[in-house]
Design a protein around this ligand. Structure first.
Ligand code: GRF
Length: 209
């Protein structure tokens, strides 16, 4: 039985799609062992508790020191906090980031090398960052959609596992596009997790085959 940890900061609809897929047996021999959030008010925590899954809040420490030093040190400290929070749950095979709004530092990434997945709501490498749907819409692209990728030390950068194209309709509102991208996310993330858990993927350079 493989064990997943899901990290989420907000609404948790992607977490829910993973929980649903696991419950229906679509992911194979796997269970979500723990849900971690940096925000105590995240609705994702409510979803976890409803599903009977341990939900842990790992709050960042208050900021200290000069800005640049602070970023590196605080990230390292937070990485250690996350690792400590996972320890009671035994061997965690994969970490799935599902709207987790903090950048993981090298300490955490190395501890789970090639075992951290993320979902991003645009076709990477286009529209990295926290406002990807809005940015793609404002840019006027004809096609966008979610990307599931492995996490490395750079933000929105690691090898791409799956993408789903979402064609923007003429005169479509941002709200409608957001809803369709989220629906695509809820398809593509469980699919990617299933592939990785069944060891169907191999890395060739940065290509996932
Ligand atoms: C998703 O759009 C995901 O791509 C991005 O954050 C959002 C999280 O949504 N990383 P939810 O909390 O899973 O509903």
């Amino acid at each position: 039985m493989k064990q997943l940890a899901v990290f989420a900061s907000g609404y948790g609809s992607n977490l829910q799609s993973i929980l649903n897929a696991a419950r229906r047996g679509h992911l194979g021999e796997v269970r979500v062992a723990v849900v971690v959030s940096d925000r105590p008010q995240a609705h994702a925590l409510v979803r976890a508790r409803r599903a009977g899954i341990p939900a842990v809040v790992v709050a960042p420490d208050p900021l200290s020191g000069s800005r640049a030093r602070r970023r590196v040190q605080d990230r390292r400290r937070y990485d250690h906090k996350l690792l400590a929070a996972l320890r009671p749950f035994g061997k965690i095979d994969f970490v799935c980031l599902a709207g987790f709004m903090r950048i993981l530092g090298p300490t955490f990434v190395r501890a789970f090398r090639r075992r951290i997945l993320n979902i991003h709501p645009a076709l990477l490498p286009a529209f990295k960052g926290a406002h990807a749907i809005r940015d793609a819409y404002a840019y006027g692209v004809a096609v966008t959609g979610p990307t599931v990728h492995l996490v490395d030390e750079r933000v929105d950068h690691g090898p791409i596992i799956l993408q789903e194209a979402v064609r923007i309709r003429s005169r479509e509102s941002l709200k409608s596009l957001e809803a369709r991208i989220h629906r695509a996310e809820h398809r593509v993330y469980p699919q990617a997790i299933r592939l990785i858990l069944r060891r169907k993927l191999r890395l060739v350079g940065r290509r996932v085959v």
